[in-house]
Write a protein that binds this ligand. Structure first.
Ligand code: UD1
Length: 433
């Protein structure tokens, strides 16, 4: 049986809490390490289930992955890689599709199972495929696999229909070893893209324009291994800021990058919280005496992140008035609403809109995490609820938050995990580590 969190709500969170490395960067940097036969060392890696799954994917490709410290992962790709990422691993995490570009660039072929992963929408990969075709790959999709072959990728001009994070990353990685220059228009501008470009440039790639809508990549003959620290996780930081605000607490987030959270901080201030930035790595949130209703629409960066939409909905569920949240990125990101309503909230969804009528208090209840961010939001709601909240299926939360309950406990939350943290299925596939 999956473990669960038991949370006694009502404690005001106070104290300092350190942010770990970003899940959504670490996974891509691990895949990018495939682009060279030389060893790479990543530090500030969050030890979460999704990282374990990516490590298992790399091992199945013939890479030696080991841990030389609590947050340090050594990746030794060597020169004889397999080109196939199997279904039993890819189905556990959609982000595994990110090995497609690096494998193709390095080996001239790749066979990757069609992804499964977080149950938050259809999450298509058409732009990944069209972009790789523009670089000269021949791609066939069938029997549950994507098969790509190419003699030598060649630089090209690509324009994405939409600034997809995953498509931008796959194409960026493939283009680093392509012959000639690639320009990609309408790319994603998320900080994780900039982190990946910085990492690739350190490996010897020639990338310009990361963080802007157009990137220019001049292909190079080969890349080399490096040591690199993963950027801080802005979504973990945002989640803990909301936890501070919803409990009327006083919490300092350490080792975050405030610039990555500008809009999030501004929205938090609009709810009545006081947010101050000290130095360039600490953010302090003090919950207000009451929570103001606000409207939020999720958008690609620098817009409001879809990965923090659920946590903000938990906060707004106890605002004084009605808020509207519009989810523009993923169609199924309201799955946790029914669970939150079991805690007494008054939220109605209509298509991509959620209408949140603030109530005075949430009531503790048994609820089930439907996905990673929905699960985190239910736990955050439990911190402010009257009585006991049990959050079931915590394995969803473990995919993306390292030591979630320990970090919350350290700043005063009454939260316990009941049952063992399950080892990921990935470990069962490749053996224990
Ligand atoms: C990444 C993040 C995820 C975050 C999301 C948006 C990782 C591991 N995950 O997901 O946490 O919520 O960015 O910030 O980094 N789409 C297409 N065709 C494509 C690709 C995408 O239609 O070829 C659509 C998707 O179905 C989705 C939207 O574009 O509706 C956004 O997807 P994308 O930006 O690619 O997100 P991910 O990379 O999957």
């Amino acid at each position: 049986m999956s473990s669960k969190f038991v949370i006694k709500g009502g404690n005001r969170l106070t104290g300092k809490v350190k942010i770990g490395g970003a899940k959504n960067s670490a996974l891509k940097l691990m895949a990018a390490a495939l682009l060279t036969e030389e060893p790479t060392t990543l530090t500030n890696v969050p030890i979460i289930t999704d990282v374990t799954i990516m490590a298992a994917v790399l091992e199945r490709l013939g890479v030696v992955v080991s841990y030389s410290g609590p947050d340090t992962v050594d990746i030794k790709p060597g020169n004889s890689l397999y080109a196939e990422a199997p279904y039993e691993l890819v189905s556990q995490m959609r982000a595994s599709i990110i090995v497609l570009g690096p494998l193709l660039a390095r080996l001239g072929r790749a066979r990757v199972a069609m992804p499964g992963g977080c149950n938050i929408g259809s999450r298509k990969i058409d732009m990944h495929i069209r972009g790789l075709e523009a670089l000269g790959a021949r791609i066939e999709v069938g029997h549950g696999f994507i098969e790509a072959v190419s003699e030598k990728l060649a630089g090209s001009k690509i324009a994405l229909d939409y600034p997809s994070v995953g498509a931008t990353e796959n194409l960026l990685m493939a283009a680093t070893l392509a012959k000639g220059v690639t320009t990609i228009d309408n790319v994603a501008r998320e900080p994780e893209i900039v982190d990946l470009a910085n990492f690739l440039n350190k490996m010897g790639a020639k990338i310009e324009g990361a963080g802007t809508p157009t990137m220019r990549i001049e292909g190079v003959g080969s890349l080399h291994g490096v040591e690199y620290a993963v950027m801080p996780d802005r979504i973990e930081a945002g989640t803990l800021l909301v936890a501070g605000a919803i409990t009327g607490g006083d919490v300092v987030i350490k080792d975050a990058i405030p610039k990555h959270l500008e809009l999030v901080i501004s929205k938090l201030k609009n709810t009545g919280a006081t947010v101050t930035i000290s130095g360039n790595k600490e953010i302090r949130v003090k919950g207000g005496s009451e929570i103001n209703p606000i409207d939020i629409a999720t958008l690609p960066y620098p817009g409001f992140p879809t990965d923090l939409q659920t946590q903000f909905m938990a906060l707004l569920s106890i605002a004084h008035g009605t808020s509207i949240i519009t989810e523009n990125i993923f169609e199924n990101r309201f799955m946790f609403v029914n669970e939150l309503n079991r805690m007494g909230s008054d939220i109605r969804t209509e298509g991509r809109h959620a209408i949140i009528k603030g109530i005075s208090k949430l009531m503790g209840a048994p609820v089930t995490a439907p996905d990673l961010r929905g699960g985190a939001a239910l736990a955050v709601a439990g911190l402010a609820a009257e009585g006991v909240t049990e959050v079931l299926d915590v394995y969803h939360i473990d995919r993306g938050y390292q030591n979630f309950e320990h970090k919350l406990k350290a700043i005063g939350a009454d939260i316990e995990r009941i049952g063992e943290k399950e080892p990921s299925n990935a470990l069962k596939v490749v053996g224990n580590r």
